[in-house]
Design a protein around this ligand. Structure first.
Ligand SMILES: Nc1ncnc2c1ncn2[C@@H]1O[C@H](COP(=O)(O)OP(=O)(O)OP(=O)(O)O)[C@@H](O)[C@H]1O
Ligand SMILES: [Mg+2]
Length: 162
């Protein structure tokens, strides 16, 4: 099920995503799931901020893939791939994008509606699941490493209360 966090605002979710991003490395894949409007794109923005990729992060309407340029800890260029698979109807569309570049390359890949990937979803990944809480701006966000499921994913971070 993963590590559970609660946020009460977009700012909270951005902060959670920024601290989660601190342990991301080149080649990592983050699979985001959650209903429309739960905050997947907000979470992507937070990760991008950590890597100084301050380009316009948005849920692409017709584009499946956006690329943002950031910097890693050593100030080397780092590409962030942002996929939004909401409108994908067939896995062929992903094959056509050349998925090996972003799933198995040396950038960081963030995927909204990752469940659309089926068999293409990389086994080595983080799963982030967002759900609505009991009030408008409340979100429950679970984060799990599928690489080492027992390891805490946000070091030293105190958890929100339900
Ligand atoms: N706790 C919260 N965390 C994140 N976003 C929140 C929170 N409370 C309110 N919001 C609002 O919810 C919306 C989340 O939008 P966002 O585009 O990130 O969702 P999404 O999951 O990417 O949706 P979609 O499936 O359409 O891509 C924003 O308008 C944001 O301001
Ligand atoms: Mg989105």
């Amino acid at each position: 099920m993963g590590e559970e966090h609660w946020t009460s605002s977009e700012q909270d979710t951005l902060a959670l995503a920024r601290s989660f991003a601190l342990q991301l490395h080149r080649g990592d894949v983050v699979a985001l799931r959650g209903e429309l409007g739960t905050g997947k794109t907000v979470f992507v923005k937070g990760i991008c901020e950590t890597f100084g990729a301050l380009a316009h992060v948005s849920s692409p309407s017709f584009v499946i893939l956006n690329r943002y340029e950031g910097k890693d800890r050593n100030d080397r260029e780092l590409l962030i791939y942002h996929l939004d698979l909401y409108r994908v109807r067939s896995l062929d569309e992903i094959y056509d994008l050349g998925y090996e570049e972003f799933f198995y390359g040396d950038g960081i890949t963030l995927i909204e509606w990752a469940e659309q990937l089926g068999e293409l979803l990389p086994a080595k990944r983080y799963d982030v699941h967002l759900t609505y809480g009991e009030s408008d701006s409340r979100r429950r966000i679970t984060i799990e490493s599928m690489i080492s499921p027992k390891e805490p994913v946000i070091a030293g971070k105190s958890r929100g209360t339900p």
